[in-house]
Design a protein around this ligand. Sequence first.
Ligand code: GDP
Ligand code: IMO
Ligand code: MG
Length: 429
Amino acid sequence: MKVDVILGLQWGDEGKGKIVDVFSPRYDIIARFQGGPNAGHTIEFDGKKFVLHTIPSGIFHKKLMNVIGNGVIIDPVILFREIDKLVESGIKPDENLLIANRAHLILPTNRLLDAAFESAKKDAKIGSTLKGIGPTYTDKYARNGIRVGNICYPGFRKMYECLKESHLKTAGTYGFDVSSFTLDGISFAEYEALWFQSIERMKKLKVIDAEVYINKSLNEGRSVLAEGAQGTMLDVDFGSYPFVTSSSTVAAGVCTGLGVSPHNIGKVFGVFKAYCTRVGSGPFPTELIDETGNKLRERGREFGSTTGRPRRCGWLDLPALRYAIMLNGVDSLIMMKADVLNPFEKLSVCTAYKESGKLLSSYPFELSSEGLEPLYTELDGWNTGLDNNITMAELPPALKKYIKFIEDFVELPVDTISIGPDRLQTLQV
Ligand code: GDP
Ligand code: IMO
Ligand code: MG
């Protein structure tokens, strides 16, 4: 067996959570491979709505195992908030949740540092979710991090205090002080106490060598689906750097984030919205700062699942999509939120970029370059509602043309179309 992958091809929030939930019954194991609680993955069914930040989106299917892989970073406070919410809804996540002992912990002071670094950037802010992502991955790669497997060590508290002290020193040089710092509306001291209570609770969860578990499962014929967080254009290497996250969001991240060989990567499903959104700062060539952008935001309910911030909206960017497909080796495309475009008479799609008047033949190094201009092709909208029970064959001709235009441009089939947030509002070929 191989590991199939579902990941985002744009700037995150493509609808990965919904699609992982829909595809979950085909798999035995669902595993997150990177990112942390900067992610917000929404799942809707039976009139209920859940937003997951750390827990894989397969958690609603009792028969599956869900793995938080070594490439993920975990804030124990946020993890238990998620677990408690699921328990309130009658779900027992601890029964089918496994955590990699090699996953790193986000300390409260990592969040303090995130705020300090962002604040120092003044006008060049990344627009971080302030969950401590950048500083925690920095600790990991600087070889200073603390891993989940360390929580049972007698010296754990000391490891924590040492790292905290070094964080406080750095924060101090930025003029940041814990005494006046609040986290999610509570004082630093209260958050830290909650963090340690959550660490105690974490000791009762199933913490394992997840890479061994995943490889053994594959060898024994069990199927695995890797769930990406963020999106390809937020990848630390290939995204719109420096306005990116701090992990490898691309398919290659599955190998390091779960401990599987490239030989064991199977199908790669790429998820994209029928238009584009971006939350946080950074270049966004097809952004619409006008009534059309507002209409996309309102119809698509484009407000961050993690921070509630309004998402910037714009037309579909096909050169960016093609670049993302190349980086991930996508086999099959999943187009989300087609319904959001229902009332539009005309739709624009970016098909090329010009820089200083010259047509670019490859994807630009710097999206924010002066003089970079997206070129659009205008297509007819379908300008009609979509019945929930509609089939692929019954889609309005203009929507079929929109899909065909994308398929021809990127030379890949769109095999799944989502026409609403609910599990059931999904069409597949
Ligand atoms: P993720 O981070 O990629 O999992 O995506 P988010 O959950 O952050 O954002 C996607 C949003 O769109 C959520 O509010 C979903 O409930 C919603 N959504 C997903 N698919 C569709 C769809 O086809 N149509 C509409 N209207 N909403 C959708
Ligand atoms: P999901 O998994 C959309 C963005 C932030 C910011 C940048 C860096 O729900 O698609 P970070 O907190 O990682 O330091 O922020 O990345 N960002 C996301 N945008 N969806 C996400 O996750 C995101 N995770 C981070 O807004 O611009
Ligand atoms: Mg999201």
